[in-house]
Write a protein that binds this ligand. Structure first.
Ligand code: HAM
Length: 524
């Protein structure tokens, strides 16, 4: 006998079954109602987007893009990404770099032959071929190779060429066919804004979206590979702090509506292109001084992205991080004024918040305002919402100069927190179970079921005849509020017996009265 395979949901994905799905629907429906009261409209976006859209916006060095993205044609691109990683790792060694470049070019050429390279990358690839040819010729001379390897300063031209080639390799982009399952949707909203020329529409564009996102993270409580977000974005010409404050107000009104009240809002300003680069440099210098006291990840980030060191949760690093310079002391006048006004606006709206100078977020597109909301009952994955300002992102993606701000709520975690807090609302459920017996009562049962459903009640009609006792037992197990008893007596008299299952109270009704009674009960 062959053993049958048991299929299971893929790691990090899961099914949302009833009655949980009712809670999810209510959560999402409440968001729609609250957001629409702030004049936001829904945007439905594709789940697949070009890989490059996220590389450019979220940032190709972020974990989300470099490690966690699900791409189609994964194997082909993974190989290219790995080879590109090898290039970066071998910049110190001319012979290893030239070897890695050879392999990288081979993979790139085959991608180009099958039309998987973006057209704009053509010139980068040509430049890489010339760099390879040149390097290969230079290191063919054993003496030059030995010198350049042992004493790099004797052949700066070789090392400069290597660094230049590595930078060009980073610019190679893949074509439309390289699709990714979206890891987030802010980039998609900006793409859509540009594609549909939305800057020509009157006023700010206020958009919300609801749907699944995908990140290949290590699954744990509150962290999945397919998870769900409810996001909102405001795009337009104004960066008034009142917009930031209104977005935050809307978020908290929503959390309040769904009973997610044991939350904390953290806010920060991370400056803009005028003041952040200087701060990052200062931070880098200070971090270099304490490098030995930091762990490997943070040590690496000193060079790649020093701001991310502030995100570290490693206990031993905390006292060191606390002594580092803070962005709030290094904001330019405009950013400082923007942040001060935001706090005023929050106070005006009686919004409680805490300032957190270490809130830098893991996506590259933020400027000025950043924020996060944490909730109780979730352990380490306690952020239920993250967001911030991203002025300039639309421009970076090829659109007109545009300001933007928004957030995304993690639905999975929010619902977990609501459940852990025991604040689950009683939703819908089965109103009427029709306990019919005897073939003569069946047509009456079918008819009344249709009428009760038309009146908006949830009705269960057993498809086959059952003994009364069994039928009523099932009604109880299904959690029905009422059993409607239709036997041959009832049909003969033209009445219905309605039994309230909570207390077994029974009443007899004619059809018209029955409908009226159940409708009034529903409204109670
Ligand atoms: P994010 O902080 O990456 O921001 O994600 C927002 C929220 O999504 C998180 O706070 C968390 O609740 C939820 N989330 C993220 N990853 C997972 C996961 N693997 N499993 C379960 N939940 C998760 C963004 O995505 C930005 N697009 C937010 C934004 C909108 N910024 C401006 N506009």
């Amino acid at each position: 006998m062959s053993e049958r395979k048991q299929f299971r949901a893929i790691k990090g994905t899961r099914d949302i079954l009833p009655p949980d799905s009712a809670l999810w629907n209510w959560f999402e429906q409440t968001a729609r109602e609250v957001f629409e009261s702030y004049n936001f409209g829904e945007i439905r976006l594709p789940i697949l987007e070009e890989v490059d859209l996220f590389a450019r916006s979220v940032g190709s060095d972020t974990d989300i893009v470099s490690k966690e993205m699900f791409t189609l044609e994964l194997r082909a691109f993974q190989e290219i990404y790995d080879l590109r990683g090898q290039l970066t790792d071998s910049v110190e060694s001319p012979v290893r770099f030239t070897g890695s470049l050879f392999q990288f070019l081979r993979a790139i050429d085959s991608a180009r032959a099958s039309d998987r390279l973006s057209r704009e990358s053509g010139s980068a690839v040509n430049q890489l071929h010339s760099a390879y040819k040149e390097l290969n010729e230079r290191i063919a001379d054993d003496r030059v190779l030995a010198e350049a390897t042992e004493r790099p300063e004797t052949h700066p031209e070789i090392h400069d060429r290597i660094r230049q080639a590595e930078a060009i390799a980073m610019e190679v982009r893949f074509s439309r066919e390289a699709a990714a399952l979206r890891p987030e949707a802010t980039a998609s909203v900006c793409r859509a804004y540009i594609e549909h020329n939305m800057q020509a529409l009157p006023g700010n564009q206020k958009l919300y979206y609801i749907g699944p996102m995908f990140r290949r993270e290590r699954p744990q409580k509150g962290r999945y590979r397919q998870f769900y977000q409810i996001g909102a974005e405001v795009l337009g010409q104004s960066d008034a702090p009142a917009i930031d404050a209104e977005v935050l107000e809307m978020l908290l009104v929503f959390f309040n509506h769904v009973g997610l009240t044991r939350t904390t809002l953290y806010v920060n300003s991370i400056g803009d292109k005028n003041c952040r680069p200087q701060y990052v440099e200062l931070l880098r210098e200070e971090l270099r001084k304490v490098k030995d006291k930091l762990k490997e990840d943070s040590q690496r980030r000193i060079e790649t992205n020093p701001l991310r060191v502030l995100d570290s949760k490693i206990p031993e690093e905390q006292p060191i991080i606390e002594t580092l310079p803070r962005i709030s002391d290094h904001l330019c006048d405009d950013c400082r004024a923007h942040f001060a006004k935001l706090k005023e606006e929050l106070n005006l709206r009686r919004i409680d918040y805490k300032e957190n100078w270490r809130l830098v977020r893991g996506l590259d597109y933020y400027t000025r305002t950043t924020f996060e909301v944490t909730a109780e009952g979730l352990g380490s994955q306690n952020a239920v919402c993250g967001g911030g300002r991203y002025d300039g992102l639309v421009e970076l993606l090829g659109g007109p100069p545009t300001k933007g701000i928004g957030f995304a709520i993690g639905t999975d975690r929010s619902i977990l927190s609501i459940e852990e807090g025991g604040n689950v609302p009683k939703l819908g459920g089965l109103a009427v179970y029709i306990a019919w017996m005897g073939q003569a009562s069946y047509p009456t049962a079918v008819n009344i079921a249709k009428k009760l459903r038309a009146a908006g009640l949830s009705v269960e009609l057993p498809p086959e005849e059952m003994k009364f006792k069994k039928s009523l037992g099932l009604a109880d197990k299904l959690g029905a509020r009422y059993a409607l008893i239709i036997g041959e007596d009832e049909v003969a008299l033209g009445t219905f017996t309605l039994k309230r299952l909570a207390d077994s109270d029974q009443k007899k009704f004619a059809e018209g009265e029955l409908l009226e009674y159940l409708e009034s009960e529903r409204r109670r």
